[in-house]
Design a protein around this ligand. Structure first.
Ligand code: G3H
Ligand code: 13P
Ligand code: ZN
Length: 311
């Protein structure tokens, strides 16, 4: 099974009422943890790479590691650029073997977002690569995209048909109340997603795959393990898993998860180092981090996204 685009995966997810997991990758242990879990439950996979990940690990290392994971597991894997900021970074990823890119024009005006997104779509489609666009802004912080909670605004359903028609994107990320990072809601605040907006968008775009960013649940056990082993994380609240399941049954076909992976890895490493303070073999403390990622991703694929057995 070669590295594939997400076109077929997302179409099947839409029809089947489930979502494909899009997991951020930064190193070998993260890639192995995710792909081993997906292989075990036969789930299709999107591995996504941010600008920060490319800077940290280098494009070629991540590409080769993902190719190795594909060879090792035989899984269909889509390699996706997460939050591409401009045409140049999208082009560089397309030229470098990615099968999918996101052009994140959400911080621009509607017209400028359409202009840069359409430019990327033209270049990508000519080369068999698919494109995700974004309309509406999430709260939170990403590399090069910083939107304060006050400024965050939901996707306007009345704009989606025109955006999709004029850009030609293959999928659309929307803002319905999720946000990036581990601190999505204030302590005491009740997590809430605007399913009415999702419903209206899918009514206007029948059969069209919708993407949910900022979808980590911020699993409390990992935060607790981190804090019991020398960490000092404040109360963190994520998106409840039953809400993600509901979104996956609706038009949401791709669900982005990064923060939960970071928490799982950090919990495993901290626990191992506290248990064996004299340890200095990186394999001894990175392996527990990888084990945590494997268990976390299996749980997400089976119990949250419902994409097990769909590869
Ligand atoms: O949405 C952002 C992802 O969590 C990637 O984060 O830009 O720090 O790699 P990063
Ligand atoms: P989380 O920070 O909720 O994991 O979101 C990740 C994401 O949206 C990557 O694009
Ligand atoms: Zn995102």
């Amino acid at each position: 099974m070669p590295i594939v685009t997400s076109k077929e995966m997302l179409k099947k997810a839409y029809e089947g009422g489930y979502a494909v997991g899009a997991f951020n990758v930064n190193n070998m242990e993260i890639i192995q943890g995710i792909t081993e879990a997906a292989a075990e439950v036969r789930a299709p996979l999107i591995l996504q790479v941010s600008a920060g990940a490319r800077k940290y690990a280098k494009h070629v290392y991540l590409m080769k590691l993902i190719e190795a994971a594909e060879a090792d597991t035989g899984l269909p894997i889509c390699v996706h650029l997460d939050h591409g900021e401009n045409f140049e970074v999208c082009k560089s990823c397309i030229d470098g073997g990615f099968t999918s890119v996101m052009i994140d024009g959400s911080k621009h005006s509607f017209e400028e977002n359409i202009r840069i997104t359409a430019e990327v779509v033209k270049y990508a489609h000519d080369r068999g690569v698919v494109v995700e666009g974004e309309l509406g802004q999430l709260a939170g912080i990403e590399d090069d995209v910083n939107v304060s909670a006050e400024e965050a605004h939901f996707t306007r359903p009345d704009q989606v048909e025109e955006f999709v028609a004029r850009t030609g994107v293959d999928s659309l990320a929307i803002a319905i109340g999720t946000s990036h990072g581990a601190y999505k809601f204030k302590p005491g605040q009740k997590p809430m997603l605007r399913f009415d907006i999702l419903e209206e968008i899918s009514r206007r775009l029948p059969g069209f795959p919708i993407v949910l960013h900022g979808a980590s649940s911020v699993i409390p056990e990992y935060v607790q393990t981190i804090n019991e082993n020398g960490g000092n994380m404040p109360d963190a609240i994520g998106i409840p898993e039953d809400m993600l399941r509901q979104a996956a049954r609706m038009a949401v076909c791709k669900i982005n998860i990064d923060s939960d992976l970071r928490l799982a890895m950090t919990a495993g490493v901290r626990e191992a180092l506290v248990k064996s303070p004299a340890e200095f073999d990186p394999r001894k403390y990175l392996a527990p981090g990888r084990d945590n990622i494997r268990a976390l991703v299996k749980h997400k694929l089976v119990s949250v996204l419902g994409c097990d057995g769909k590869a």
